[in-house]
Design a protein around this ligand. Structure first.
Ligand SMILES: *Cc1c(COP(=O)(O)O)cnc(C)c1O
Length: 384
């Protein structure tokens, strides 16, 4: 059946129809007063979403571009940095810090486990000469469905005093509570195609006063991603270069929707959808890849033992038009991932669970009681 697709991957995420329609207009001049008004509204709402008084900077790039900008603007070649890596994205930030000549120390955990905040604490406490300039971590590690303990790690960074904390919040911003100012997070990057309910193409970076101080002496060469230029323009409700006007129309509408729903409600919805998905997998005898106490609110990774993960994905796509994500790198073929980030309702979760039951039946997954997954998810929805 055409036009009946359900996108249940952790990005790009589904885009609401009114966001799509908002984009279906002629672009207007980006130096016009009309566009300036749109930027002003977007800026206000981005600050609300990020729980910060600082201007949030918008760049034309995917999430990786936002993170690269966040890393290179506040550091100098040779700076010692710690990169927490427990999946594909953590590894990517280490590749970036390597590429820009930073002295990178990786703190790793098995893919599927959370990074141990104690290991970071020990590293930071041992650094009495305060050489560590930044701790860089992925909050929600999308490749494994693991949510790292940002609050605890941040506390250790604050106790160190010198190091900046730089956070990939690409699949946690707009899904879980990240009070940027209250916690004093220095650099927080995200992307439009994830929790924002907007198509890919925009990256966002929140920057603390402390990071802006570091900016003044940072020496990594930069031009298009020189965030100082974005800061100046944003303060004047402008942009340094031509922004993707139509994506900004979409962003304006999506942020209005988020404000109408309210932050608490958005977080609660992601929590419910996560718990329901996980309960359903357990009821169906499908092992969860991430532990309960470190479960991403954006994506649930499942490591089936009695059926092949890629077969599950292929039947889900062919028979039910539901796109699930597969495993990346060494997890290819070992897991499938159900995205529940952004514009995802309880009905979508029930749909994916019910279709998954039908898929498992077709694939001869023996340890399943038909209906058990839907029942488990429905129970979570009824209780919360
Ligand atoms: C999607 C994602 C990114 C950004 O990827 P892009 O393809 O560059 O947008 C970064 N970090 C995490 C955790 C992600 O899920």
């Amino acid at each position: 059946m055409e036009n009946k697709d359900l996108l249940m991957i952790p990005g790009p995420t589904p885009v609401p129809e009114n966001v799509l329609l908002a984009q279906a207009k002629h672009p207007i001049g980006h130096r016009s007063p009309d566009f300036s008004e749109i930027i002003a509204e977007i800026n206000e709402n981005l600050k609300w979403l990020h729980q910060t008084q600082q201007d949030v900077l918008t760049v034309t790039a995917s999430g990786t571009g936002a993170m690269e900008a966040g890393i290179i603007n506040f550091l100098s070649p040779g700076d010692r940095v710690i990169v927490a890596s427990n999946g594909k994205f953590g590894e990517r930030w280490a590749e970036i810090t390597d590429a820009f000549g930073l002295q990178t120390e990786r703190i790793t955990a098995e893919w599927g486990d959370a990074v141990d905040p104690e290991v970071i604490r020990e590293k930071l406490e041992a650094d009495t000469s305060k050489e560590i300039k930044a701790v860089i971590l992925t909050h929600s590690e999308t490749s494994t469905g693991v949510l790292n303990d940002l609050e605890t790690i941040n506390r250790h960074v604050k106790n160190h005093g010198e190091a900046l904390i730089m956070v990939d919040a690409v699949t946690s911003l707009g899904a879980v509570n990240i009070p940027i100012d209250e916690w004093g997070l220095d650099v927080v990057g995200s992307g439009s195609q994830k929790g924002y309910m907007v198509p890919p193409g925009l990256g966002f970076i929140a920057v603390s006063e402390k990071a802006w101080k570091a900016y003044e002496t940072a020496k990594i060469p930069k031009f298009y991603f020189d965030l100082g230029a974005y800061r100046k323009s944003t303060a004047k409700n402008s942009t340094p270069f031509t922004p993707p006007i139509n994506l900004m129309y979409g962003l304006q509408t999506a942020l209005q929707m988020m404000r109408n729903e309210g932050l608490e409600n958005i977080f609660a919805r992601h929590e419910r959808n996560t718990l329901a998905t996980r309960a359903a997998m357990e009821a169906l005898g499908l092992p969860l890849f991430a532990p309960n106490n470190a479960a991403s609110r954006a994506v649930t990774a499942v490591a089936p033992t009695t059926v092949e993960a890629e077969k599950v994905r292929s039947v889900m796509k062919k028979q039910f038009n539901i796109a699930l994500a597969g495993g990346q790198n060494q997890l290819k073929g070992k897991i499938f991932r159900i995205g529940h980030l952004g514009f995802i309702s309880e009905r979508d979760v029930l749909t994916v669970v019910g279709s998954l039951e039908a898929t498992l039946r077709e694939l001869g997954h023996e340890t399943m009681t038909p209906g058990a997954g839907v029942a488990a998810a429905a129970r979570i929805f009824a209780e919360s």
